[in-house]
Design a protein around this ligand. Structure first.
Ligand SMILES: Cc1cc2nc3c(=O)[nH]c(=O)nc-3n(C[C@H](O)[C@H](O)[C@H](O)COP(=O)(O)OP(=O)(O)OC[C@H]3O[C@@H](n4cnc5c(N)ncnc54)[C@H](O)[C@@H]3O)c2cc1C
Length: 403
C-alpha cells in the first residue's frame, strides 16, 4: 500500500494487485489488533533492532522515517500515542483505523485496486541483451506494466494472504532466496507434559534467560510476560527471545530458565516463605503456596521440589526450602525448537539483499523490478520495527528510481 501511494505521488500510473478480497489483512492483526505502528527511537536504533540485515535499510530508513509515518497518519486525522518500550500505537487502539488511513490515501490518489487478483508470473522480454519487465500474468488475465514492485510479504500467517508467492516469482527471475525461517515465533519444549499441564497460564513480571547449556552462554535475557501452551512456551518475551535464536547455530542445548520471583533475592524469598509457613504451621505443604504462586503451577513446583505434598509446613527443613527456592528462581524448560513458519510473526530470510540496490530497492538482476517489505531478507525484533521496514522500503521502491 505504501509502495503504491509513493509511486503515485512520484507521478506514476499505478495499479495495486491484491490476491485477497481486501487490503491489509495482516495489518489488521498486528499488535493484537491495536497495531504497533512504529517506534519512537532514533533511526540508528532501528538498525540495531533489525538483526536481519539492518544496515541494508539505512537509505530507506532515511527516505521515510518513523516521523514520516506518524505525519502520514496525522494527515489522515489519526493521532498516535507512545506506550512502554517506545512503542507507537493509534490513539484509538484500532489497527482498522491505521488501515483506513492507507485506503483513504489510495482512494484520494485514485489508485486502481484490483482485488482477488493473484499475480502468478512476472512477464519479461529480452531486448538489447537486457531482460525487461512487460507485465504480469494473473488469475484475471494479463496486465501490462514496465515496472513492478513486488511486496507480497513473508510466509507467516498465510490466511492473511502472505503465502510466500513472491519468493517463487523472484526465483523464477533468477533471484536467490535466503533460507526462510520463522522468527518472533513460539518455542516448542521437550517437557511437553509439563507445558500441557500449564497450558493457558500467563506469567506476568517474570524474568527469563535462554542459555546454551553446553557452553554456558546466555543468548537472551528479558523481563515481562510469557505464556505456557500445549506445545511449549509463547508470549511477548518468548517471541522476542526466538528472534535471537534464529541466527544461533547450535539449538540443541538451549534451556529456558524462568525466574518466577525476580523481584525477590533468594534470602528475601526465603523470608517470605518462612512468613507464609508461619501463618499456618499445621498446613500441608500442598496447600501452602497459594499466596506465592498461581494455582496452576503449584502442583508442578511441588513435584519438582521433591518435598512430600502432605508434609506439614512446620516440618519442612531448611534444605527443603532451599530446593524450593532454587526451583522458584530457576524453573527450567528444555527447548526443542521453533513452531512452524506459519505461526511466526515474521519470516526471516527472503530475497537476497546482495541482489537489491539499497538506495532504490531495484533488483540488480532485472531492470524495472523493485522489492518492498517482508519479502526481502530483512527482519527485526518486536516494537514496530517490522512495519517501519514495510513503509520505508515501500516508500523508497515507490520512487521507482533508475540506477
Ligand atoms: C500476528 C502478527 C502481529 C504483528 N504485529 C506487528 C506489530 O504490531 N508491529 C509491527 O511492526 N509488525 C507486526 N507484525 C509484522 C508485520 O505485520 C509485517 O512485517 C508486515 O505486515 C509486512 O508487510 P508487507 O507489506 O511486506 O507484507 P504483508 O503485510 O504480508 O502484505 C502482503 C500482501 O501481498 C498480498 N499478496 C501475496 N501474494 C500475492 C500475489 N501472488 N498476488 C497478489 N497479492 C499477493 C497479500 O495478500 C498481502 O495483502 C505482525 C505480524 C503478525 C503475523
Amino acid at each position: 500500500m505504501m509502495a503504491a501511494i509513493s509511486a503515485s505521488q512520484h507521478g506514476h500510473e499505478v495499479i495495486l494487485l491484491e490476491k485477497m478480497e481486501m487490503l491489509g489483512k495482516k495489518l489488521l492483526i498486528t499488535g493484537k489488533g491495536r497495531c504497533n505502528i512504529t517506534s519512537s527511537l532514533g533511526m540508528e536504533d532501528f538498525i540495531k533492532n533489525t538483526p536481519g540485515n539492518g544496515k541494508f535499510l539505512y537509505s530507506c530508513y532515511k527516505n521515510f522515517t518513523n516521523q514520516d509515518i506518524i505525519e502520514f497518519l496525522r494527515k489522515q486525522n489519526l493521532e498516535v500515542k507512545e506506550e512502554r518500550g517506545n512503542r507507537i500505537f493509534p490513539v484509538t487502539d484500532k489497527s482498522q483505523d491505521v488501515l483506513n488511513c492507507f485506503i483513504k490515501k489510495l482512494k484520494e490518489l485514485k489508485i486502481e485496486i484490483k482485488y482477488n487478483t493473484e499475480v502468478q508470473k512476472i512477464l519479461t522480454v529480452k531486448a538489447n541483451n537486457e531482460i525487461q519487465i512487460t507485465g504480469v500474468k494473473t488469475n484475471n488475465g494479463k496486465i501490462e506494466a514496465d515496472k513492478i514492485i513486488l511486496a507480497t510479504g513473508g510466509k507467516s500467517y498465510p490466511l492473511t494472504g502472505s503465502t510466500g508467492d513472491g519468493y517463487k516469482l523472484a526465483k523464477e527471475l533468477g533471484h536467490n532466496i535466503q533460507e526462510l525461517k520463522p522468527s518472533l515465533v513460539p518455542l516448542e519444549a521437550y517437557e511437553k507434559e509439563t507445558c500441557k499441564k500449564l497450558q493457558g497460564l500467563s506469567l506476568k513480571n517474570v524474568s527469563i534467560k535462554l542459555v546454551d547449556e553446553k557452553i554456558k552462554k546466555s543468548i537472551y535475557e528479558d523481563f515481562g510476560e510469557m505464556l505456557f501452551t500445549h506445545f511449549g512456551v509463547s508470549g511477548p518475551i518468548i517471541l522476542s527471545g526466538s528472534a535471537h535464536l534464529v541466527r544461533y547455530k547450535n539449538l540443541s542445548n538451549i534451556v529456558l530458565h524462568i525466574d518466577l520471583k525476580p523481584a525477590l533475592s533468594e534470602n528475601k524469598l526465603d523470608e517470605r516463605i518462612i512468613r507464609d509457613f508461619s501463618e499456618a504451621k499445621n498446613k500441608q505443604f500442598k496447600n501452602s503456596l497459594d499466596k506465592l504462586l498461581p494455582q496452576k503451577i503449584i502442583p508442578i513446583i511441588i513435584e519438582k521440589s521433591g518435598i512430600c505434598p502432605d508434609k506439614k509446613v512446620n516440618e519442612i527443613t531448611k534444605e527443603e526450602r532451599k530446593k524450593l527456592i532454587e526451583i522458584l528462581k530457576n524453573f527450567e524448560i528444555k527447548i526443542k525448537g521453533f513452531r512452524p513458519i506459519e505461526e511466526a510473526i515474521i519470516t526471516s530470510g527472503g530475497v537476497s539483499v546482495k541482489e537489491i540496490n539499497p538506495k532504490t530497492m531495484q533488483s540488480k538482476k532485472i531492470k524495472g523490478l523493485y522489492f518492498a517489505g517482508e519479502i526481502i531478507d530483512v527482519d527485526a525484533y518486536t516494537g514496530g520495527f517490522n512495519l517501519q521496514i514495510a513503509y520505508s522500503t515501500g516508500y523508497t521502491a515507490g520512487m521507482l528510481q533508475e540506477d
